[in-house]
Design a protein around this ligand. Sequence first.
Ligand code: NDP
Length: 247
Amino acid sequence: MIELTDKVAIVTGGSRGIGSAISSELAKNGVKVVVNYRSDVDAANHVVEEVKVAGGEAIAVKADVSHSEDVSELIETTLSKFGQIDFLINNAGITKDRTFKKLSREDWDQVINVNLNSVYNTISAALPYLLESESGRIVNISSIIGQTGGFGQTNYSAAKAGLIGYTKSLALELARKQVTVNAVCPGFIETEMVQEMPDKVREQIIASVPVQRLGQAQEIARSVLFLCKDGEYITGQQLNINGGLYM
Ligand code: NDP
């Protein structure tokens, strides 16, 4: 177990849904948090205010993680404010669900860029600082869809499966350097991403989950906290948090 006070985390897509729960959970436990967002500044500021009210420290930083120049600025801002990076939580993600026949090249590229290529951008920019940390942690938020596939989700499942392979390879490369790399694979979690589904599809999903409910963003956030705090000997893993939907 490591002491979290004075650690610094970047949470990409930290302003809404699972990312906002991760930002709050880390900050509640003493971590200084950079809440990254792409467009919704009000949502990001709301998370920062909540953290401050709870006695924690956080800043909101705008950056589109699919653009490497934005990511360089995100890292520079983090360093100028907090001076170090210990935890990198790659959470930003989007879906553009269509059956493959209807999927445009743009739908493909956007989803691969935001969900997968972004991780190249963030990790390559943050790695020198994670290596300086005595307890560097990278947590990549993948998805059950990267493990099982999903109808109408060729782009998303390719990105999320790619993230799992990337996690394992990088874990091998960084294992001797005190940096752990893990993937968290949520099942269906009650965020806007899932709320946008038609009611009938949501009901079918809930009926298919062994525990008979959707997951909560806090349940993912607590697993990220666990990997950061207690995960010294955990690397290259995919942590499934899905109510038993995929084993
Ligand atoms: P939401 O749509 O609720 O939130 C997405 C977050 O990502 C927002 O903060 C958004 O910021 C940010 N974001 C989107 N694109 C970019 C970008 N290019 N650069 C920076 N930030 C960006 O998503 P969820 O909370 O539902 O999902 C979070 C992660 O968990 C995703 O990677 C998703 O694939 C994964 N996941 C979600 C599941 C679910 O059931 N919800 C299940 C399995 C995995 P802004 O609002 O400013 O655009």
